[in-house]
Design a protein around this ligand. Structure first.
Ligand code: NAD
Length: 371
């Protein structure tokens, strides 16, 4: 494809909802990106967001037909991610999607196949692992601070979104649940730190068949539960490391760290993978206490969109991009393996591995991701 502007990649956004402002702010941090226009199923949402942020609003077809747009960021709801992504690819543009890549493996695979046939890229959130917190953790592991990683734990334990989300029903419908909603952050962070997963053994449960909404907008509404609300399992990595992971909407409080990695030479406490910053702590074997490590990389603040900027640099130079669709497909396969393993009562092998994304080098200039 030829580019409309040789020094920048021009970007459009489809989906102008809640997460849109964070993306606009994030995309504008990077010199390689030129955010031009937005579109939404609801044209009024697109117009309002366009005015708020000083960009152009378009119809969806108008945005897709615009030859000056090189890459489209897909911020629609999960059920529409794959379909909208295919439309973007058919229009000859690269696509970067919010997570999850798709709600099932078949549509995720179709999206990746179409991209390959078309010579276009698919990128996918989360990009939080490109932030200062998880990049610092990766450097500590790569530099041998905890020796060879052998095991770990990952916990995302909450009471569920029905107390605060204005429209919580969809969290309990097919294609959703705590694992599909929050799991991408945890699985992607673990693959970034430890490499690909080779198998999953898990059990799931749904202790309540209905949830009671207590948010002010829907106070007292009963929400039918169609998915497990508690997932607990073991991930075996190709490296041999084993991580116990529990993701749940059935826990009121707990005292676990989000992620800990244990190695032959020490232990590492990893920050919440749904954030870009810290804290990061390490305790080498033989040390009496944990020590907090200063973050050594950039982007400790909310930088959603850094994955888009990395993909834009990669498109220009021909290198792989870090938030690759293949990584998102791998995360989806791992998440789906939890439920399959529970139903089958056995270990599930992961068929499609993904490369461990490259770490960022130290000392990048602000707003530029390639040296
Ligand atoms: N809101 C958050 O804090 C948050 C955080 C991280 C990730 N995400 C992810 O971002 C995505 C969007 O979340 P959100 O909270 O902004 O949702 P939202 O419901 O607020 O907005 C989604 C927007 O997409 C539009 N849309 C839906 N289907 C469409 C289609 N087929 N074509 C064009 N537009 C369509 C809707 O009209 C709506 O304006 C989701 O995948 C979500 O998981 C959201």
């Amino acid at each position: 494809m030829s580019f409309s502007n040789p020094s920048q990649v021009s970007v459009g956004i489809i989906g102008c909802g809640n997460i849109f402002p964070a993306y606009v702010r994030g995309l504008r941090m990077f010199r390689i990106l030129n955010l031009k226009a937005c579109a939404d199923l609801n044209p009024d949402s697109a117009k309002a967001r366009a005015e708020e942020f000083g960009i152009e609003s378009r119809t969806i077809n108008g945005l897709l037909a615009d030859p000056t747009i090189d890459l489209v960021v897909n911020l629609t709801v999960p059920q529409a991610h794959a379909r909208v992504g295919m439309d973007i690819l058919r229009a000859g543009k690269h696509v970067y999607s919010e997570k999850p890549l798709a709600i099932d493996l078949d549509e995720g695979a179709q999206l990746l196949d179409l991209a390959r046939e078309s010579g276009l890229r698919v990128g996918c959130a989360p990009d939080t692992f490109l932030g200062a917190g998880l990049q610092t953790c990766r450097k500590l592991i790569d530099d041998g601070w905890i020796g060879t990683p052998t095991s770990g734990t990952a916990f995302m334990l909450q009471a569920g979104p029905e107390s605060w989300h204005p429209n919580p029903a969809f969290f309990y419908q097919k294609g959703a649940g705590p694992l599909m909603d929050m799991g991408p952050y945890y699985v992607t962070a673990l693959v970034h730190l430890l490499g690909p997963v080779s198998s999953v053994t898990a059990v799931t449960s749904a202790p309540r068949r209905e949830r009671l909404a207590t948010c002010k907008e829907q106070f007292g509404t009963l929400l039918p539960v169609e998915v497990p609300t508690h997932y607990s399992g073991s991930l075996v990595f190709a490296s041999g490391a084993v991580v116990s992971m529990t993701i749940s909407f059935d826990v009121h409080s707990h005292r676990h760290s989000p992620i800990e990695i244990y190695g032959s030479g020490g232990s590492l406490a990893v920050p919440d993978p749904n954030t870009f910053g810290g804290p990061v702590s390490v305790r080498p074997a033989g040390c009496k206490e944990w020590g907090e490590i200063p973050l050594v990389h950039g982007y400790p603040e909310n930088s959603r969109g850094i994955g888009v900027a990395d993909m834009a640099h990669a498109i220009r130079s021909g290198r792989p991009h870090r938030c690759d669709g293949a990584l998102a497909f791998h995360a989806l396969e791992v998440m789906q393996a939890f439920e399959r393993s529970s139903i089958l009562g056995q270990r599930v092998e992961i068929a499609r591995a993904s490369a461990q994304p490259a770490a960022f080098p130290l000392g990048l200039l602000p707003g530029v991701l390639d040296e």
